[in-house]
Ligand binder design. Structure first.
Ligand SMILES: Cc1cc2nc3c(=O)[nH]c(=O)nc-3n(C[C@H](O)[C@H](O)[C@H](O)COP(=O)(O)OP(=O)(O)OC[C@H]3O[C@@H](n4cnc5c(N)ncnc54)[C@H](O)[C@@H]3O)c2cc1C
Length: 473
């Protein structure tokens, strides 16, 4: 019988008894993947090409029984364990070196109850897969802006996108979850059952167990929405950003406007002479009546003299995937992020200073707009606590060649450092790269101590450590 070595919680390789390994293999629906197996490299590859980890075992789960088998094995043998949903996490927490990956990406079922306006979602579903099913009934729940992202990781960190100002964070729309805990119990968490766990799942990441099903509240959306891009040259950015920050103070919750500054991609609606030049683009979205949306968002077209625009009525699912081509998997990526309650003049000047020296064609700085319904709940209503955040800045360094690593990472770190004095001091946990372990406490903010207490209760030995980790002790 085969004997294998797998990393333990300290990262040291330890032998697993052949009996234990055989029991694991024979209890699972799918073959385990080990180094050298067909499909192993594909299964360990995640969105961010900076992450190149080689797990000893990849357990591809097809159901709750597989998940519990894997958790039991991890518990009994003290195995370093990562949990993979959509594999989009910038820090690479979906995979670990020499340990075991519990890969949920095959579990993609989405069931809609259109009468109760609820969705039941397995943890391998992507945003596109959830939107596709909800939109078949003209319904949706707030999700993110890149349709290949996993519903699981996005939800557990908070989740926000175009609908957030109207319907809140993704976690504000979570009604319940089925969870396999570290002691391998199967429990339901909701406002009435295991309330502490339910609270912690709504922003505390994958620290508390493996969610095997998410239950979401749905709202009428689309199927068509007013949305698109309005683009100005970077020379207009200072004035446009000042108009923008004023404009959004009066914005209705149906509307959302995000800002991205980068080099212009070769989009067909932009003149060729602007391709590759620095631009500022406003991404506009309206969740309600299209005529009202057109009217309310009209001023964005006069923040300056545009170099191009592509705005109109399109399917909601089309807008939800509009940025996918710019965010395809396989590139090297490094992110630095801050939350802001306001965009001061100094913040604008500092951002512009760095956008004028972008280190690559694909590098960008974006500001996502929150507020609206996302600001309504109290700070401790859910584990996601940053209810005062109006703008989320993400410095997204993105490039293809390893030789550019230090140039691109250095640029991101420099702008991040210089923007710090103008930020609120908090950060969105889902935007943190792997080297920000010193920032974890700030990321969970004022609810950190409560999260530690719940971690102690549900995962005292820190079985689930591959995340922005809340240490039980
Ligand atoms: C291109 C891009 C665009 C993005 N845009 C947005 C956006 O608009 N809004 C937004 O809010 N976020 C956005 N994000 C961030 C995104 O929310 C996080 O990357 C999130 O972690 C992705 O979830 P995942 O399931 O794909 O990732 P994974 O890497 O698979 O998982 C992320 C974390 O969640 C844990 N986890 C996954 N599934 C489970 C489960 N079932 N139970 C317990 N733990 C689990 C993992 O162990 C890991 O720690 C974006 C990310 C990318 C790469």
């Amino acid at each position: 019988m085969e004997s294998i070595k797998v990393a333990n919680h300290s990262g040291e390789k330890a032998s697993i008894s052949p009996d234990a390994f055989e029991r694991l293999k024979s209890s699972l629906r799918n073959p385990i993947l080990q180094p050298g197996d067909d499909g192993y490299d594909k299964a360990r590859t995640i969105w961010n090409a900076m992450i190149d980890r080689k797990p000893a075992l990849i357990v591809r789960c097809s159901g709750v029984s597989d998940i519990r088998t894997a958790v039991e094995f991890a518990r009994e043998n003290g195995v370093l364990t990562a949990v993979k949903g959509g594999g989009h996490n910038i820090a690479g927490n979906a995979v670990c070196d020499a340990g075991m990956v519990i890969d949920l990406s095959l579990m993609k079922s989405v069931r809609i109850d259109p009468f109760a306006r609820k969705a039941y979602v397995e943890p391998g579903a992507t945003l596109a897969e959830l939107d596709r099913e909800t939109q078949a009934f003209g319904l949706a729940t707030p999700l993110g802006i890149n349709s290949t992202t996993g519903v699981a990781g996005l939800t557990l960190g908070g989740g926000f996108g175009w609908l957030t100002r109207k319907y809140g964070m993704t976690v504000d729309n979570l009604i319940g979850a089925d969870v396999v805990t570290a002691d391998n119990r199967f429990v339901h968490a909701s406002e009435t059952e295991n309330q502490d766990l339910f609270w912690a799942l709504r922003g505390g990441g994958g620290n508390f167990g493996i969610v095997t099903s998410f239950e979401f509240k749905l709202h009428e959306v689309g199927p068509n929405v007013f949305s698109g891009l309005i683009v100005y040259p970077l020379s207009e950015a200072r004035s446009a950003l000042k108009k923008y920050r004023e404009f959004v103070t009066k914005l209705s919750n149906d509307a959302n406007v995000w800002v991205v500054m980068r080099k212009a991609p070769p989009l067909p609606f932009l003149p060729t002479e602007i391709h590759g030049k620095e631009i500022i683009a406003f991404a506009v979205f309206y969740a309600g009546d299209q005529d009202k949306g057109t009217k309310e968002l009209e001023p964005v077209r006069s923040f300056g003299k545009t170099v191009g625009e592509h705005v109109g009525v399109q399917p909601y699912t089309g807008w939800q995937s509009a940025f996918d081509p710019l965010l395809a998997p396989g590139a090297r990526n490094y992110w630095k992020s801050h939350n802001f309650t306001e965009l001061s003049d100094d913040a604008i000047e500092t951002a512009l200073k760095y956008v004028s020296k972008l280190p690559g064609e694909q590098c960008e700085v974006f500001f996502g707009l929150l507020g609206g319904a996302a600001s309504k709940p109290s700070v401790d209503a859910t584990a996601y606590a940053h209810r005062d955040t109006q703008f989320v800045m993400n410095v997204h360094a993105r490039w293809e060649n390893k030789a550019d690593d230090s140039k691109c990472i250095g640029w991101a770190r420099d702008i991040f450092r210089d923007m710090t004095p103008f930020s609120s001091g908090s950060v969105y946990v889902n935007f943190m790269p792997s080297d920000e372990t010193d920032r974890v406490k700030a990321a969970y903010g004022p609810v950190y101590d409560k999260l530690v207490a719940i971690k102690k209760k549900y995962d005292p030995s820190n079985l689930f450590s591959m995340n922005q980790n809340i240490k039980p002790a």
